[in-house]
Design a protein around this ligand. Sequence first.
Ligand code: FA5
Length: 340
Amino acid sequence: MEDRLNQAREEALARIASAADVEALRAVDRDFVGKGGVVAELLASIPSLPPAERGAVGKGANLLKREIVDAIAARKAALEAAEVEALRSGAGFDPTMPGAPVTRGSLHPLTRVRREVEDIFLSMGYQIADGPEVELDEYNFQKLNIPIDHPSREMQDTFYCDADHKLVMRTQTSPVQIRTMETLKPPFRVIAPGRVFRNEEQDATHEHTFHQVEGLVVGKDVAIGHLIGTLKGFLREYFGRRLDVRLRPGYFPFVEPGYELDIRCPFCEDGCRVCKHTTWVEFCGSGMVHPNVLRAGGIDPTKYTGFAFGFGLDRLVMLRHEIDDIRHFMGGDLRFLEQF
Ligand code: FA5
C-alpha cells in the first residue's frame, strides 16, 4: 500500500513540475485530489485493508492530498509570475498589431447648440450669467412682479421643494435677471442659458425638464428697437441667413410692454409641417423690463431701462435638426444621440 502512495506522489509531482499551463494543473487536480481521483480511491479502499494498516494508509492519503494541493498552488503562482515577466520583457509583443478601438462619445445636441448660442452672444458683447436650478420662490416669482396668489402663476405648473412653498425648481431662467441686477452695475448685457422644470404633461413639444436661454440688457435709453435688432442679428447668425420676425402682444408680468416674437418659417415659403401651415414659428417671449422688476433688482427705473427675452433651447435644436419629438433629448437612446 505504501508503494501505491509513493507511486501516486511521484507521478503527481512529476506532472505538476512539467505542467505548461493552468489547464494542465487542473487536470492533475482532477486525477489525484478530485472526486473519484487517486486519493479518493485510496481512502475508499481502507475498509478492505487489514485493521493494522488502515490508520497509516488514511494518514498517508491525507498527507498526499495536502502535498499535491500545495504543489499545484506553487506551480500555478510560478506560471503566472512567468507570464507577467514575459509581458514585461516585451516577448511576443507585436507593435504592428492594431490597437484596441476606443469608442468616442459626442456632445449632446443641446450642449452643442448651447455653446453655439453662447458664442454668438459673446461676439455681440454679452456676458454669460448663471443661477441655481433650485430657486427661491421670491426670485422665480415675487421679484419678477408675480406676487403670491397672482393668477399668472397658473401659466407655469411649479414643482415646489418644501412644504411652505419657499423653494421651487425654477420654472424659467428669468430669476437670473434679478440675480444679475443684484451683482452687476448697468450698463450690462447678459444671457443665462440653463435647465428649467415644469410639472406638465409631456408630449412631442413639451417636457417637464427643458432648457431656456434668458437675455437681459440694461442701460441708458435701451429701447424696443434694440431688442428687435439683437434678436434679428442672433437669428441671422444661427440660421445663416436673414429671417423676418414679427412681434405680437404677449403677457409676462415682468415686462411691459410684453411681446411674443415669431420668426418666418426657415423651411418654407407658404406653409409646412414645422410652422403648422402658418409660415411663422413662435420663437420667444420678450419685452421691456417692468419698472417693478428693475426696482426689485436694485436698479433705478428713472435712470435705466432694459429689455429681456427668453427662448426655449430645445425647440431651437429641434428646428435646426428637424427633430420631431422633444422627448428624444432625455430619452437616452444611443441611436438618437449617435447621429450628432
Ligand atoms: C417664459 O418662460 C418667460 N420667462 C420668457 C420671457 C423671458 C418672457 C423674458 C419675457 C421676457 P414661456 O413660458 O413662454 O415664457 O416659455 C418660453 C419658451 O420656453 C417657450 O417659447 C418654449 O420655447 C419653451 N417652453 C415652454 N414650456 C416648455 C416645455 N414644457 N417644454 C419645452 N419647451 C418649453
